[in-house]
Design a protein around this ligand. Structure first.
Ligand code: HEM
Length: 507
């Protein structure tokens, strides 16, 4: 028989195999979808194959805005938590503030690990404090905490302050020409330069060259190729399978670029006895001082954590700056009051922006706090249960391996937590009013032992950049911006669907 003659039979076999495979997957999902019913927990009806995701999430490392819908459903039905599914994986969304505190703080020992795909075997250079598990994480956290102390921030303040110079030059150019600014790009260039400078000891030069390597790499991180999208998708559907297939969520070219830059820079410092005051030096010192110890801070730890600081540090801070500027442009009275405070406080400090001057600004800090309430850049904090856990006054036991999600955006937009939540009102965070906010529902930096280690640094770079802009420039929304901006679905870090363009005028 000819090959052509075999074709119908071959097609039949292929079709039968595909149908059988689909049926197996379907039966597996259908069984998984009975999980919360079997556990006696309330749940949201899932749909094949997404579970309760509202899109495939191929751009996302983890859950996105869909958790707002889960949260609303749980609240409407009066539940303190609700079961949902990420594809076929059971997920528990926590709604009650006391339960949130239990997961993140009080009973942290049951929830030590972050629900975030990583692949230690095939992608060792991306192992870091962000994804490390249990004991390994504890050790890393202990070692890295001093790197972000107030004293270290004070020392790095000037370095960050200098990084704002090119941004301010661009503001000056645009205020003269009258051209609107694509503000997301501008603040991303600033935070890229800051992290490039403090974490890598290099001038990233984002403002001087259109194809500055750090900025290109930064974009690559969040604009996934088809291959990365596939890896992200499989990682969300089945972690073990993605690990087995050697998948990685950070493109190899990105890791290699960082790794080479870091290694080269570290070698230069070591060979030439050069010491700098930056994050990289602090990590390098950690590596040097623990050489020879069995479970010391290895060179891979050094590289992996510098990369993690870049990834965790630049987009979160630039998103915060973007959203502060958006709200200030929409609320001219708040903008004026903020500028007034900046000028008054700076006057007290001899006209110089110092670490102490930033700490003295109260209204400015309220503006940032209110922005982080409405727009927490990390939309959800998700932890794996590592030891079975039963919530107080409930008979539902969370099993090992189940992901427990705390929805930061939903908490910030809940009218029970904040009256009229869609209104931007920094006075909610005035020293008197903020006492009435439950501490477990305002957690833009997470909470408990595994909260954001870079909080001080993030606030410092955000404040420095914003203060310089607001002090010197009046900002308004340019008509090219479709108002109001909408939040994008299917992404882990908060993003808007459209660009924000601002007009800038020198004050
Ligand atoms: C406004 C800026 C920032 C925001 C809103 C933010 C927010 C967060 C959140 C919500 C988490 C998860 C916390 C949890 O699971 O409880 C986190 C973790 C983390 N952040 Fe930030 N972050 C910011 C800036 C930074 C910066 C500048 C760095 C480093 C230079 C950084 C490094 C990290 C690291 C390493 C972790 C993981 C900590 C661990 O697992 O022990 N972040 N951040």
């Amino acid at each position: 028989m000819t090959v052509l003659g075999l074709l119908p039979q071959l097609l039949l076999y292929i079709s039968a195999t595909l149908v059988s495979l689909f049926l197996c997957v379907y039966v597996y999902f259908s069984y998984s979808f009975t999980y919360w019913k079997r556990k006696g927990a309330p749940y949201i009806k899932p749909k094949f194959p997404l579970g309760n995701n509202d899109c495939f999430g191929t751009e996302s490392f983890s859950y996105g805005l869909e958790t707002m819908d889960w949260y609303k459903e749980a609240k409407q039905k009066g539940h303190k938590f609700i079961g949902a599914w990420n594809y076929s994986n059971p997920v528990l969304l926590v709604v009650d503030p006391d339960y949130i505190k239990s997961v993140l703080v009080k009973d942290f020992n049951h929830f030590t690990d972050r629900d975030f795909f990583h692949n230690p075997k095939h992608d060792p250079k991306n192992e870091s404090i962000f994804v490390a598990e249990n004991e390994e994480w504890r050790q890393l956290r202990q070692r890295l905490t001093p790197v972000f102390s107030t004293a270290k921030m004070r020392i790095m303040f000037e370095l960050v302050n200098k990084c704002a110079d090119p941004m301010m030059q661009l503001f000056q150019t645009n205020s003269r020409s009258g051209d609107p600014m694509d503000i997301k790009e501008v603040v991303a260039m600033f935070t890229t330069d800051v992290i490039g400078c403090v974490a890598f000891g290099l001038d990233a030069g984002s403002f001087t060259s259109e194809d500055a390597k750090f900025r290109v790499i930064g974009k690559k991180l969040f604009e996934s190729s088809l291959k990365t999208k596939m890896h992200l998708l499989v990682g969300r559907i089945n972690v073990k399978l993605a690990q087995f297939l050697g998948m990685r969520v950070i493109p190899e070219s990105v890791t290699e670029f960082f790794s080479e830059v870091i290694t080269e820079n570290a070698r230069f410092r070591q060979e030439n006895n050069v010491r700098k005051i930056d994050l990289m030096q602090l990590l390098l010192d950690l590596y040097e001082s623990s050489k020879g110890q069995d479970d010391g801070f290895s060179f891979d730890d050094f590289v992996g954590n510098v990369i993690a600081f870049f990834i965790a540090g630049f987009e979160t801070s630039s998103t915060t700056m973007h959203n502060v500027l958006y709200e200030l442009a929409r609320n001219p009275d708040v903008q004026e009051k903020t500028r007034e405070e900046i000028n008054n406080v700076l006057k007290k400090h001899g006209g110089v922006l110092t670490y102490e001057a930033v700490q003295d600004m109260t209204y400015f800090r309220q503006v940032i706090d209110e922005t982080l309430r409405m727009y927490p850049p990390v939309q959800n904090v998700a932890r794996f249960c590592v030891k079975p856990y039963t919530f107080k006054d409930s008979n539902v036991t969370v099993e090992k391996g189940v992901s427990v999600v705390v929805p930061l955006v939903a908490l910030g937009r809940d009218p029970d937590n904040y009256p009229n939540p869609e209104r931007f009102d920094p006075d909610r965070f005035s020293p008197q009013s903020k006492e009435s906010i439950n501490k477990s529902v305002y957690i833009p930096f997470g909470d408990g032992p595994r909260n954001c280690i870079g909080k001080r640094f993030g606030l410092m770079q955000t404040s420095i950049g914003l203060m310089q802009v607001v002090r010197d420039y009046k900002i308004t929304i340019n008509s090219k911006t479709p108002m109001p901006l909408k939040l994008k679905r299917g992404v882990f870090l908060m993003e808007t669907t459209n660009k924000l363009y601002l007009n800038v005028t020198k004050v």
